[in-house]
Design a protein around this ligand. Structure first.
Ligand code: G1P
Length: 293
């Protein structure tokens, strides 16, 4: 497989589930401990060797662009105050000059449409897609595991999957499981947000994809699927008729930060791994839980 150099981050969603926090601030900027959600996901992409970061934004999302730029006034003040640790941290997170692109999804027409908006920036090469609602906590990250597993495959698509309890299945895209091929398995079916009885398995699409550029030709037809939206899953079903589609049960723990419980759990889990926070947080959590009935 050709090297995966570019990654798409769809960040145009309204974030209504987190109102009023997201009234003026993009949901992707909500912090998990002290890094915005989108920064965690960009970190995962960088770790997997991604060189170009493409953000599909919308109205009121300008702060995301600012976040991945330099902040001269802040840097100057930090320098005057000799806060070299903070300066180092900012420098480490800054993407290289020219390695980010921003385009806008003008209308909220669905994930498939958001991805299609990146077609000119991707061009004719396979790319990664990372949904910033989902965090995967693993030393190697999820995308790197997918890229490793896809080595040696030609023009293949790979999606990360994980098991969820059947009562949550209707919130996700669900895959059918075929024969295994090394660490991967062949995806035989994909259904977006199925009723429990219609779900082909208990394996959901987790929000990490490696896709071939032919997906754009299919998305161009702009046909509507579940919820009246242009669904990426429908385009993937069409692409699977002509190209290989594989699933990877990745290692690591995922957090659906599109839900409040997932977001809160992510904050606790990430903080418990921080040497500067773990001990004090553990004590505080114990106290809080003991006080409650
Ligand atoms: C999207 C995808 C779905 C996937 C999910 C993962 O749904 O359409 O297939 O399982 O992300 O979080 P959304 O959460 O945008 O409704």
């Amino acid at each position: 497989m050709k090297q995966i150099r570019k990654a798409v981050f769809p960040v145009a969603g309204l974030g209504t589930r987190f109102l009023p926090a997201t009234k003026a601030m993009p949901k992707e900027m909500l912090p998990v401990v002290d890094r915005p959600l989108i920064q965690h996901v960009v970190d995962e992409a960088r770790q997997a060797g991604i060189e170009h970061f493409i953000f599909v934004t919308g109205r009121n999302k300008g702060v995301i662009e600012d976040h991945f730029d330099r902040q001269f006034e802040l840097e100057m003040t930090l320098r005057e105050r000799q806060r070299s640790k903070d300066l180092e941290l900012l420098a480490k997170d800054l993407p290289g000059a020219g390695s980010t692109s921003f385009t806008r999804q003008q209308e909220p027409l669905g994930l498939g449409h958001a991805v299609w908006c990146a077609r000119e920036l991707i061009g004719d090469e396979p790319f990664a897609l990372l949904l910033p609602d989902v965090l995967v906590k693993h030393p190697r990250g999820c995308l790197a595991q997918m890229i490793d597993a896809a080595q040696g495959l030609d023009r293949a698509n790979v999606i990360a999957v994980e098991e969820v309890p059947m009562e949550r299945i209707h919130s996700y895209g669900v895959v059918g499981v075929g024969e295994t091929k090394g660490p991967l398995f062949k995806v035989t079916d994909m259904v977006e947000k199925p009723a429990r009885e219609k779900a082909p398995s208990n394996l959901i699409i987790t929000g990490r994809y490696i896709l071939q550029p032919e997906i754009f030709g299919i998305l161009a037809s702009q046909s509507r699927g579940a919820g009246g939206e242009i669904q990426l899953t429908d385009a993937m079903i069409a692409l699977a008729k002509t190209q290989a589609f594989y699933g990877l049960k990745f290692a690591g723990e995922s957090f659906d930060c599109g839900s409040k419980i997932g977001f809160l759990a992510a904050n606790v889990a990430y903080a418990l791994e921080r040497p500067d926070l773990a001990q004090a947080l553990r004590a505080e959590l114990k106290r809080l839980i003991a006080d409650k009935p």
